[in-house]
Design a binder for this molecule. Structure first.
Ligand code: 13P
Ligand code: SF4
Length: 351
């Protein structure tokens, strides 16, 4: 396995503080909250729109999606659902790459998002103008990118994958003797490499949320809760993944919480997932995996600052005004569709 050297490229970007985002995002309670939810429900109907939300978004948004025939899921199933649903407008609550994926797959539909500011540290760590020349330097590699990338990066890729099928796609490529250029998440890339034994060159990106989980503090927490199952998203560092009972996509972790006999779980992913985990496994206890470490402070504190930008207030505003529409350049979209559609076709044929 080769890692791209930090001398070659060091991702740099601003991380908004979750506490500041939370303070800027109004949280409605009581009658105001119900009025807002009812207003959104009416608007969804009026606009022939369906709401597709990620598990990390606010539970009010997840509730509205559930109650209006929409969908709450991981990145793969969000893409699949939007692709198969007949609504003429898709409203994607999540981060920018999720809206772009919806548009890549559904050019005829209007794709709206509560905010266009919600990005992702992985997407930002892999700008197309740096990534494309890097791919040019590796012409003998198959380019496999995580869905958490821009449309431009997907346009350059041979394959797009999400965490739920990355291992299966890479195993399939190994059977064809392919060397893989993987971007942007180095932890997920290392995990896939370890499981499959693939020859992979890794881009040095990380998710700022999962990067903060700490193995030493997790070990201590596990000693205090010896009966707890440990559920870890593969965007986490290797030492944290090594402590897991189950490693998987958000959907896989929720399924594990339901299926495993444990009554208690330590969970290393964004805490937004607890809403659906509690529904899937009522009565079980869920504990956040530690982020800060001894005496340290966390930045994201197990909650994605960009996911936190989605709220009832901007969902209603988007539906009312048609603002925050996602547009993808048509030349880019056509190229990005090849690698993205390949993923959906793979899932269909390997179900
Ligand atoms: P999942 O595809 O497992 O939901 O993870 C995507 C992700 O990183 C959301 O931020
Ligand atoms: Fe990106 Fe991490 Fe936020 Fe997911 S949780 S959107 S990978 S920064």
């Amino acid at each position: 396995m080769n890692a791209m050297t930090s001398r070659a490229y060091i991702p740099r970007f601003e991380i908004p503080k979750t506490s500041i985002i939370d303070a800027r995002t109004p949280h409605f309670t009581g009658q105001k909250r119900l009025d807002m939810i009812n207003r959104i429900k009416r608007l969804l109907k009026k606009q022939d729109a369906v709401l597709v939300a990620h598990y990390y978004t606010d539970k009010d948004l997840q509730q509205v999606a559930d109650e209006t025939g929409g969908y709450v899921s991981d990145s793969l199933d969000m893409a699949r659902f939007g692709n198969e649903h007949p609504a003429t407008t898709l409203v994607v609550a999540g981060v920018r790459f999720m809206g772009e994926t919806a548009k890549i797959l559904n050019p005829e539909k209007r794709v709206l998002m509560p905010t266009l500011e919600a990005t992702c540290s992985l997407d930002m760590s892999c700008p197309a103008e740096v990534f494309n020349p890097y791919c040019d330097q590796h012409p003998d590699h198959t380019v496999v990118v995580y869905a958490n990338t821009s449309a431009e990066v997907k346009a350059r890729a041979d394959w797009v994958v999400t965490s739920s099928i990355a291992v299966r796609v890479v195993s399939h490529l190994i059977d064809k003797n392919k060397k893989i250029l993987w971007a942007p998440d180095k932890h997920l890339g290392r995990y896939i490499q370890k499981v499959t034994g693939a020859d992979m060159t890794l881009w040095p990106g990380t998710c700022i949320v999962h990067e903060e989980f700490k193995a030493s503090a997790l070990r201590r927490l596990m000693q205090k809760h010896p009966e707890a199952g440990v559920l870890v998203h593969p965007e986490s560092p290797e030492e944290v993944i090594d402590l897991a009972d189950v490693v998987g996509s958000t959907t896989a972790l929720i399924k594990a919480a339901h299926d495993l006999p444990n009554n208690e779980f330590i969970v290393a992913t964004d805490r937004g997932i607890f809403y659906k985990m509690r529904q899937a496994a009522p009565g079980k206890i869920f504990i956040e995996a530690p982020t800060g470490g001894e005496g340290a402070t966390c930045i994201s504190c197990a909650h994605c600052p960009w996911m936190a930008m989605n709220g009832l207030h901007n969902l209603a505003h988007t539906l009312e005004t048609g603002s925050n529409e996602i547009h993808v350049d048509e030349q880019i979209r056509i190229k990005a569709l090849r690698s993205t559609q390949r993923m959906l076709d793979f899932v269909r044929s390997h179900a």
